[in-house]
Design a protein around this ligand. Structure first.
Ligand code: HEM
Length: 124
């Protein structure tokens, strides 16, 4: 699957669209048809984020296994949090704490991603 991990473009595309769809889903009216549809498409992008991240991980993690391991973990937590926020909000539960944790973990994920050696390195 070299073609999918030669650059970070597929991964970048996946998480940008995935996170955008998550935010759009979150601001839509609960119970609306639009919210259900964007949530479904967002889930498709979560799978793409996972797959593209996994291919990058398989190819490059030997460069710095510890940091790549942490990147894998925090990326996974971002996806879990996005899913938890939508599902819990649908059930009428309070998700403001989850939003705060999401913002922090997303920041750490972006910081780590842009610092790791492959792809864009404008934070290094
Ligand atoms: C929504 C969740 C995620 C976000 C926001 C995110 C963000 C990023 C960013 C900004 C980069 C740097 C791209 C570049 O430098 O061009 C990156 C690279 C990477 N991500 Fe993710 N990621 C997420 C999920 C994941 C997951 C779940 C995995 C593992 C399965 C993963 C594994 C990787 C790997 C291995 C790299 C290459 C690191 C490098 O540049 O050397 N990511 N990610």
């Amino acid at each position: 699957m070299d073609v999918l991990s030669n650059t970070t473009h597929l991964h970048l595309f996946s998480w940008i669209v995935g996170v955008a769809l998550f935010v759009i889903t979150a601001v839509m009216a609960k119970g609306s048809k639009g919210r259900k549809i964007t949530h479904m498409i967002a889930r498709l992008f979560y799978v793409l984020i996972l797959l593209s991240g996994f291919f990058l991980f398989m190819r490059y993690s030997s460069l710095d296994s510890a940091l790549y391991g942490v990147k894998f973990l925090v990326g996974l937590i971002v996806i879990v949090l996005m899913e938890m926020i939508i599902v819990r909000a649908n059930k009428g539960r309070n998700v403001s704490k989850l939003w705060m944790i999401f913002a922090i973990v997303l920041f750490v994920t972006l910081y780590l991603g842009f610092n790791l050696p492959v792809g864009l390195n404008f934070l290094a």
